[in-house]
Write a protein that binds this ligand. Sequence first.
Ligand code: AMP
Length: 428
Amino acid sequence: MARADFQTLPGTRDILEPDAGRVRRLVAVFAEAAAEAGFGQIVPPMFEDVGVFVRLGEATDVVAKELYAFTDKGGRDIALRPEFTASVCRSFAQNRPTTPWKTWYAGPNFRYDKPQKGRYRQFDQVGAEVIGSDDPDVDTELIALAWRFYQRLGLSDVTLLVNTLGDFAERPVYLDALRAHLEANADALSDQARSTMALNPLRVLDSKRREDAPVVAGAPLITDFLSDDAAAAWDRVQAGLDALDIPYQVAPRLVRGLDYYTRTTFEFTSSALDAAQNAVGGGGRYDGLVAALGGPEEPGAGFALGVDRTLLACEAEAVFGPDGDPVDVWVVATTAGTEGLQLVEELRNAGIRADRAYDGRSMKAQMKRADRSGAAVALIVGDDEIAAGTVSLKKLRSEAQGGQATQVPVERDRVVDRVNQVLSESPL
Ligand code: AMP
């Protein structure tokens, strides 16, 4: 086959059926769970003033390396969103909804990442944020919402990792201790870790390089530096997870990629995925972010779950049932007139899924197509039927079940009723 003139760009792909149907289902499961927990939806724009994202922290990879930023025709510096949280905080500062504001979202993000399986330049997330409460139960409920989502999808290889990063007040003291430790051991660190250390020492704790492991293992822990308030909140989150029977592992070196986190941070990993891309979602508390975006001093917490990777995890765990959304009725029309066209429209208007072949195929070819379509019923209109004022109805699946697939005439103006009757007798 000749190569098409254009191909999708690196890190992007067409999501076709059955994956597209699976994505729809996954988003629907999340939307339902979020609504049950009192969240309303937000649909923010896909691009914003670049400043909205730059304030996430100039040293974060998402901002420093991966932002799709450009100047538009009006001379504005804008960026495609790399995540939703900044947009949600910007929206809060702009619209000032009553607090606590609980909102969920679903949609694409853009990061100039190194493409590989499970890592794309356009990828979807679902997520939820709560702005205006620093109650640690909010953190627990957010984790519970994400957990419920994974459970409802039927995933069992998902692990919850939790940590606390303390408050901004204690962070400088901790960072000094961490920096001192890293500098004292700089010779043993990878080049990568040494350059990260200068910019953002916390991120060194995230290093997946084997040579960094001993230094990271010996690094001071933030939990030894917590203020009383932050320690009490951390205890409360763990007690909440225990009370809800949500299994978790405390991961004292979990810092996550974005600078804005305070107190609780968490990540969900799937052991069904390759280790390099096994994070299916994550989140945490970000008590300074709304103010950093020019809003009031309101605390916030939230999470985002990667739809593409969750899909890969679902595939790896084989949790999906049979795919496909076959139509109910396949219309076979061999007349020269508009009977086939009218019949499918009549069925569709009555809420019955219907399809047909085009291009004036032969009766035999159309019947073959009908059999392959997965429809429960074929409706056949030929010249004989027109003359008799009828349509022939044939059950398609009874053949496969060993029954007799007879064709029965149905009065033309009773077709919808008869089809509904047959469909209710043989549910899909
Ligand atoms: P983050 O906003 O970086 O915390 O990401 C939250 C989740 O989004 C991750 O756990 C991944 O599942 C997913 N994710 C982040 N970046 C990508 C990417 N480039 N491609 C696919 N999924 C991603």
